[in-house]
Every structure is written in C-alpha cells, then in structure tokens.
Design a protein around this ligand. Structure first.
Ligand code: B12
Length: 179
C-alpha cells in the first residue's frame, strides 16, 4: 500500500455475479449488497475518501481499480471474480482486503491459498477493522483479521460489534442512481 492516511482512496467492490448453479441471474435478479453499503457509509462518516463500484449495476470504466485499499465483498456466486479483481488490484500496489459471508467462514483457507493476491481477510463485520486498516493501525492489533506475516498465518481476536456505533446506511451518495 502506498500510504495510509485520510488522503488515501478506499474502493469497495461488489464483483460480478457469474456462479448461480442451475439458475440464470436474470431470473432471480440481484440485490444491493447491504454489508458493503454499511461499510461505505461508516468510512464516509469517518471522513475517508471512499468509492463504491458495483460490477452488477451499470457499466464499469476500464482501469477503475486503483485504490490504496481495495475491499472486495465476496459470496459463493462472486468469489472467482473477486479473485480476478484482487489480482488486478494487487498488481497495481493496492492493499487488498476480502470480506463478506463466504470469506467469514473460509478466511483461513483463503489466506493460506491466495495470500499472494490478498493481504487480509475480515471475518464478520467489516466496519471497525477496515477503519483501523485505513488509519494505519498495526494489523496484529486490529480485530477480526486473518493475514500472513513472514509466511505464518495470524488470526487476531474477535470483537463484539456495537451496531449503534456504525450509524444508519447513507443512501444519499451514488446509490440512488443504482435503484
Ligand atoms: C438479508 C439476506 C438476504 C436478502 C438480501 C437483501 C439485500 N438487499 O441484499 C435476500 C432474501 C434477498 C437474500 C437473497 C440471497 N441470499 Co441472502 N442472506 C441474507 C442474510 C439473512 C443477511 C444479510 C445482510 O444483509 N446482513 C446485513 C449486512 C449489513 O451485513 P452483512 O451482509 O453480514 O455484511 C457485513 C459482513 O459480512 C462484512 N462484509 C460484507 N461485505 C464485505 C466486504 C468487505 C470488503 C469487507 C471487509 C467486509 C464485508 O461487513 C458487513 C457489515 O458489517 C444472510 C445471512 C446472515 N445472517 O448474514 C443471508 C446470506 C448472505 N444469503 C445467502 C444467499 C446464498 C443468498 C442468495 C444467493 C440465495 C439465492 N440462491 O438466491 C440470494 C442472493 C441475493 C443477492 N444479494 O443478490 C448466503 C450466502 C452464502 C455464502 N457463503 O456465500 C447467506 C450467508 C445465508 C446462508 N447462510 O446461506 N439474502
């Protein structure tokens, strides 16, 4: 990562959905990723420059992935594409973080196998851990993280989320145009 201060650019990415076994995306539709929205709102509230990219909505300009920190949400339908995005982000020098439902149950395996393109995974709620990463805290002191240090997997302690701390989701940004 280039530098970690309030001038850094954080990108939150919802990868394209391609894996729906026996189903077509157009038949089931897709829903706004509330987890990423919540993290987006929380980081904005804390004065960070955050960009939200949803590959399932609208057209995505080329070379868009260029954040100092790139946070990618992944579930079983988007995991393969999340890896492709992670690879691209990593090759551009971003600090790459994965989070979301799938990652929360398979974090250790993911870091073990994909540690070259993913710097850390966040288990459970992403708001506080991502804020602390953006602030430049020592990774070992940030809760809910799994990452590799000198080839060894480090798993930090878990925290009990206080939802009141997050505040409401702010839909005022570009989200309106998504709906
Ligand atoms: C509500 C819900 C729905 C709603 C979605 C409403 C919406 N607008 O998205 C409905 C009923 C429509 C739905 C549908 C589906 N769902 Co659903 N759903 C849930 C449920 C109950 C809660 C999810 C939620 O919104 N939580 C609130 C938000 C704020 O929190 P969150 O998503 O957990 O996000 C936090 C963390 O995960 C993390 N995080 C999330 N993303 C990221 C990204 C980064 C970078 C970081 C660092 C952290 C991070 O931080 C977030 C904020 O604290 C979960 C089960 C559960 N209890 O979590 C299943 C769950 C997410 N659903 C699941 C599935 C499979 C589906 C469907 C694919 C089912 C289907 N076959 O159609 C569809 C997909 C629809 C879509 N999104 O496109 C699975 C995912 C499995 C997996 N491991 O991938 C879950 C986990 C249920 C399960 N146990 O099987 N779902």
């Amino acid at each position: 990562m280039k530098n970690r201060n309030f001038k850094i650019k954080i990108q939150l990415i919802n990868p394209p959905i391609t894996v729906i076994s026996g189903m077509d995306l157009k038949d089931i539709g897709c829903f706004p990723p509330l987890g990423l929205f919540s993290i987006f709102s929380f980081l904005k509230k804390n004065n960070f420059q955050v960009e939200f990219i949803d590959f399932n909505v609208g057209s995505i300009p080329k070379n868009k992935i260029n954040g100092d920190i790139v946070g990618i949400g992944a579930d079983w339908r988007t995991y393969k594409n999340a890896l492709k995005i992670a690879e691209q982000a990593k090759s551009q020098g971003s600090f790459v973080v994965l989070g979301g439902s799938l990652v929360s149950s398979l974090g250790r395996t993911i870091i073990n196998r994909r540690g070259k393109i993913i710097d850390a995974v966040i288990i459970g709620d992403g708001e506080i851990p991502l804020l602390k990463i953006a602030r430049g805290d020592n990774l070992e002191k940030i809760p809910n993280l799994i990452f590799k240090k000198q080839g060894k997997i480090i798993e930090t302690k878990k925290y009990e989320p206080d939802l009141n701390q997050y505040g409401p989701i702010d839909y005022s940004y570009k989200f309106k145009s998504l709906f």
